[in-house]
Write a protein that binds this ligand. Sequence first.
Ligand code: NAG
Length: 351
Amino acid sequence: MPSLTATQLLSLSVLLMSTTMSNSMPIHIQWEELFERQASNCYPLSLDQAKQLPGWGKLEQYAKDTWGEGGWNIVTNPEDFRDRPANACIEVARVPLQWSQQPQCSKSTAEIQGKSVGTTTKVAFDIEQGTEAKTSLSVTRSSSITNTVSFNIGFSLPGGLDAGVDTSFSTTLTNEQSKTTENTSGKINKQHYEFDNEDGKQCKMTVETSDCAATAVGRVPVVAKGFVWFNYEDRRAPKADPNGGEHYKYSASIEEVLNEAERTSWIDVQGPVNTVTKANYETNCVKAGAGKKAAPKKKGGEKEKEGGKKPSSGASAPPKKGEPNAPEPKGKDPKKPGPKAPAAKPKPARK
Ligand SMILES: *[C@@H]1O[C@H](CO)[C@@H](O)[C@H](O)[C@H]1NC(C)=O
């Protein structure tokens, strides 16, 4: 075996160290995450509800095949076997929605003139920008294996909306026919811009609004878990073990006898999704303060003043004080060799 160099040894020890660390610290976090994920909503499953399971017949047949026919009393959640209950659980954290009606979008554009600020030559704008998605979901079919329970659940919208919408949200859903729940995700903010008025140029902003309407559908699985008890009128041994111990009461595991589909009863939801996206760009505007201080003009920066469209950060952060609204020319970075590409090349406000 070749001997290890000092560097190799060092990296080996670093590797070992990081392994040890990842074994101790993050596991703690993982447990917490697991716990959150496992915070499922489970509700006691009554016999009548169990009988609504798609696979109920199969479960009964399993009991007959395993312990035989004859008089029996079927129960769930018996007092004398609390360690073998039956539940209906909503375990998914997020349900993906689908379009039953594809998004229909329309666009409109509005020009906004700036307001003079006091007696100065400044011009100011208060403009809305951002994206908002409003979703209203109604229960079109409730699950038959649980009561009128309410629980928190996440939904995610499919693609196709005319904007970079925040496509997931959470809401309180109630297992009740026609019950509606709403959520608004994303946000439209008012943004304040200030520019210097330059002689002979009219600084203005254009706001583009895009509205989309669609209909979404989704299914929330409610899954049965645990045991169903078959209490026979007479003591008996299992059919497979005729000489084995005799009992009155036998329990069948729902998870072991039924597959996922056979023990799932869905909550179906459907409803409208409406999104509004507002983006803006400026024309002929000079960033406040840029002219007066005779700030050194970069070559690329000249382009801004030619009256071309210049994006002003669609739904992103507001321009910071003292920084041009347009992206900084890349060539300014002393670490990077100056790129040939013109700096303040207008980017589209939205993709
Ligand atoms: C809407 O969804 C967001 C994001 O998941 C959540 O923080 C908020 O509480 C929800 N609002 C309502 C009213 O459920």
